[in-house]
Design a protein around this ligand. Structure first.
Ligand code: NAD
Length: 351
């Protein structure tokens, strides 16, 4: 009995600890960071795009990042601690096809792998370096905590806040955002407290924001463009900044990515579900429909005209009448007798 009680208390304490702590600093973080930095600049395709191109000393960048939190109590680390690091990364270049997202980290990775003309934060050097890393300061010899990082005093939050805010400031023209209409725990797609809502949206200065309301395969769809609290909130926030908003439910671009991954899913088996719903696609479909209708109308008019002509000719003209008529010039000449030919020639000569 007593043993059971001790095990139970230990389990409760462990789950409490897990809810307040995440994994410790990523093993080999220095090597991963510097390696990613070199990879980005010397191999990756991103660094070939003019708006993303950088030329940065990777060792200097690592030291600026490390100094932001190493040997520090996590509860004292804020955005100011990352200032040197972000000063090195700063760029004023604008990004035309920025894609923001919230609540679907995995989908966005697959989506941008296939649709590579969108630019997400993770395509910039900052996002590329930090994506999926864990870090926090501690009492280990290297000034890091390799065992666990506090969720209450999360030193990654100020870094991602700065990264997200700088990325949003760079966006221009038309930006897109991928939101999750099937978010877990009844969370709204435009979730309270999310980086997209609290950090990126307030910094956006674009002409238009296109919302892709994506639904994970096999999950209950909680929100649709026409009936969604998230869309009401986004429209209110965007319109206050003079940003136009368009919303597309489960765009074909997203469904196609899901269906490549889960080809046997109910939503993917019927090819008709691969809907084409971008405005350009709809416009093209409308144009083709109009062209087809015009063609059908022209063919119908021709058939009626030819039929009337044939009936008219059959009813109104006897073979003898033909030789005095010039109005049906396309009709076949009737066979004439030899003396009629002569008479005919006489008539033509007189004329
Ligand atoms: P989200 O809720 O899906 O969170 C995105 C990621 O941030 C998740 O992987 C999550 O583990 C992590 N995260 C969430 N809250 C955090 C916090 N308080 N501190 C540290 N990490 C936290 O979506 P979101 O919050 O709207 O963030 C996504 C948007 O912000 C994107 O548009 C992206 O540009 C940017 N962003 C990206 C990352 C990333 O991990 N690549 C992290 C933060 C922000």
């Amino acid at each position: 009995m007593c043993r059971h009680l001790v095990v139970y208390i230990l389990l409760v304490l462990a789950s409490l600890y897990r809810s307040t702590h995440s994994a410790g600093t990523t093993p080999g973080i220095k090597e991963v960071f510097i390696g990613r930095c070199w990879q980005y600049q010397s191999i990756s395709e991103h660094n070939k795009l003019p708006e993303l191109k950088v030329n940065i000393n990777c060792t200097k960048l690592w030291l600026a990042f490390y100094d932001s939190f190493a040997f520090k109590d996590p509860c004292t680390v804020g955005v100011d601690d990352y200032k040197t690091f972000f000063d090195i990364l700063y760029t004023s270049r604008k990004i035309k096809n920025a894609l923001f997202w919230s609540g679907l980290h995995d989908l966005v990775t697959d989506f941008t792998f296939i649709n590579d003309d969108y630019i997400v934060l993770e395509d910039t050097l900052t996002g590329y370096l930090l994506n999926n890393l864990n870090w926090c300061g501690g009492t280990d010899a290297d000034g890091l905590n390799s065992t666990s990082c506090s969720k209450m005093c999360n030193v990654m939050t100020p870094a991602w806040t700065l990264a997200s805010s700088e990325f949003a400031k760079q966006a221009t023209g038309v930006s897109k955002v991928l939101l999750n209409a099937t978010r877990a725990n009844n969370k709204d797609a435009y979730a309270d407290g999310s980086f997209f809502r609290t950090v990126e949206m307030p910094e956006l200065q674009v002409d238009k924001l296109v919302v892709y309301l994506a639904s994970s395969i096999g999950k209950e769809v909680r929100e649709r463009c026409a009936d969604s609290i998230s869309m009401e909130n986004i429209r209110a926030d965007a319109e206050a900044k003079n940003i136009q908003v368009e919303c597309i439910d489960q765009p074909s671009l997203v469904l196609n990515v899901y269906c490549l991954k889960y080809p046997k899913a109910k939503e993917c088996v019927n090819k008709d579900n691969f809907r084409s719903d971008s405005n350009a696609d709809k416009e093209e479909a409308r144009l083709w429909k109009t062209v087809c209708l015009i063609l059908v109308a022209v063919v119908a008019v021709l058939i009626v005209y030819i039929t009337i002509s044939l009936v008219h000719r059959a009813v109104c003209y006897k073979p003898g009448d033909y030789k005095y008529s010039h109005s049906w010039s396309f009709s076949k000449k009737p066979m004439l007798q030899d003396d009629e030919v002569e008479n005919n020639n006489d008539i033509e000569r007189v004329v």
